[in-house]
Design a protein around this ligand. Structure first.
Ligand code: FAD
Ligand code: NAI
Length: 466
């Protein structure tokens, strides 16, 4: 039995949990963070955001060296060393997770290694390699994240039929690969292996890729990714997978007509979404309200049981690292008597394909459905001088603003470093700003952000370079 009485014990050391732990310690709360996987950083640092972005970056460099250096007058002979590429990715992950461990130590957060459960409010039981201990605490924060949603009838083995975790460590480049699900993971990791030489087919249940995204932006994304070699089979559902002779035979049928097709491939990536992970915590036994495995919380992140809070991927909302971090900070600030707040209407989303796809606020379709009158301003990167210098002229910036007040309601960018460009729009929207505010702000030249300014000017039909 541990003697320490904590103000807060956090279960889960992902971006939700570790960020909450640091903020809680900054606010003077005696805090422990319990993590079972043997490294801090959660899904994001270990098997999510970071390894995927490391591989996206490496594979982009490979394509550049193969196809684009020559345009710059640089002659190279290019060869893939996958082992080194994967090793670099592992080192990035290792450095980052150790960095988080250092930050917890620096902030005097106790990092407790092991799997936590909650026998009752006020107690966290931790089972680790060195045995069991009970942590006594005033408050408990559940930040246990999410896991891949399985596809019934298709068993993953992280070798031939993989989730995103296996797809981050394939030992060789498959000759051909099927990705089930044209969502964020499907497009990012499909892009990685396609760039490295696999013939990638993405099979999607719906009639469009990236459901929920602004439709025009989604269509542009599909066009660009198709040009890069990805094949899409939309309106198709996979009904079975059979392994034989080192291959996987996939059976699929069209959603509307039921027409059956078969595909034989080396590797299958199942990427049909993620689901909250709360296994083994004992939440149901304690009477914590859950809906289909998702922990239900109020706007202070309180569950239905006093003293137990929850944040991040295991509660409702977008499953994004920055959303989990915002939840974590707002939750512990409220716990410390401050006024934590998250604006869920303005959580940006970025897909790190090439070019990137970045969105915040409402899509055109959502505005139409809500009956909101809006103006549109668009500006293509082909008319942006910096993008031309970089040879990155695919894509556009699209700004949607209220027809009466000009308040920015949605921004959708597909183009070079779209994710970085989007931050300006998020800040303007947080302040309730208008397209005119962006249009009248001086942007440095030559800059990709001038495309954002010109799109804002285009709302009032006065873009200069178009
Ligand atoms: P997690 O990061 O899942 O952390 C939860 C932690 O809790 C885990 O480490 C787990 O081991 C631990 N845990 C669970 N149960 C227990 C227990 N009982 N005891 C102790 N520890 C426990 N999001 C982005 O914003 N940008 C991206 O680019 C991005 N890329 C992604 C790429 C991939 C391939 C994947 C899979 C996800 C990606 N995400 C991305 C999503 C992002 O990883 C998650 O939204 C984020 O990690 C959620 O943070 P969290 O703290 O809620 O949970
Ligand atoms: P997703 O929800 O983005 O996409 C899943 C796709 O699979 C959808 O298009 C859906 O229609 C389709 N689908 C569902 N069932 C299907 C079936 N039986 N057959 C064919 N298609 C089917 O989920 P994904 O890509 O697995 O990502 C999970 C989460 O991880 C996302 O919520 C995302 O927020 C997060 N993530 C974020 C990243 C980022 O921010 N850059 C990167 C990777 C993941």
């Amino acid at each position: 039995m541990s003697e320490a009485l904590y103000d807060l014990v956090i279960i889960g050391g992902g971006p939700g949990g570790y960020v909450a732990a640091i903020r809680a310690a900054q606010l003077g709360l005696k805090t422990a963070c319990v993590e079972g996987r043997g490294a801090l950083g959660g899904t994001c640092l270990n098997v999510g955001c970071m390894p995927s972005k490391a591989l996206l970056n490496s594979s982009e460099k490979y394509v550049d060296a193969q196809n684009h250096f020559a345009d710059h007058g640089i002659k190279t002979s290019v060869e893939l060393d996958l082992e080194t590429m994967l090793g670099r990715k592992d080192k990035v992950v290792d450095d980052l997770t150790k960095g988080v461990e250092f930050l917890l130590k620096k902030n005097k957060v106790d990092y407790i290694k092991g799997w936590g459960s909650i026998p009752k409010a006020g107690e966290v039981l931790v089972k680790g390699e060195e045995g069991e201990q009970t942590l006594m605490t005033k408050n408990i924060l559940v930040a246990t994240g999410s896991e891949s949603t399985p596809l019934p009838g298709i068993e993953t083995d992280e070798d031939q039929i993989v989730t995103s975790t296996g797809a981050l460590s394939l030992k060789k480049v498959p000759e051909n690969m099927v990705v089930i699900g044209a969502g964020v993971i499907g497009l990012e990791l499909g892009s990685v292996w396609s760039r490295l030489g696999a013939k990638v087919t993405v099979v999607e249940f719906l009639d469009q890729i990236l459901p929920g995204i602004d439709e025009e932006t989604g269509k542009l994304a599909k066009r660009v990714l198709t040009k890069q070699g990805l094949k899409f089979k939309l309106g198709m559902k996979v009904t079975g997978a059979e392994k034989a002779d080192g291959k996987v035979k996939l059976t699929m049928e069209s959603v509307k007509k039921g027409k059956v097709e078969e595909l034989e491939v080396d590797t299958v990536l199942v990427a049909i979404g993620r689901r909250a992970y709360t296994k083994g915590l004992g939440l149901e036994e304690l009477g914590v309200a859950m809906e289909r495995g998702v922990v239900q919380v109020d706007n202070s992140f309180k569950t239905s049981v006093d003293g137990i809070y929850a944040i991040g991927d295991c509660v409702p909302g977008p499953m994004l690292a920055h959303k989990a971090e915002e939840d974590g900070i707002a939750c512990v600030e409220t716990l410390a008597g401050q006024h934590g707040h998250v604006n869920y209407a303005l959580v940006p989303g970025v897909i790190y394909t090439h070019p990137e796809i970045a969105s915040v606020g409402k899509s055109e379709e959502a505005l139409k459905e809500a009956g909101v009158a809006y103006n549109i301003g668009k500006f293509p990167f082909s008319a942006n001088s910096r993008a031309r210098c970089m040879g990155e002229s695919d894509g556009q910036v699209k700004i949607l603003s209220d027809a009466t007040t000009d308040k920015v309601l949605g921004v959708h960018i597909i183009g070079p470093v779209a994710g970085e460009l989007l931050s300006e729009a998020v800040a303007v929207m947080e302040f309730g700003g208008s397209a005119e505010d962006i249009a009248r702000t001086c942007h440095s030249h030559p800059g990709l952000s001038e495309a954002v300014k010109e799109a804002a000017m285009a709302v009032d039909k006065r873009a200069i370079h178009m």
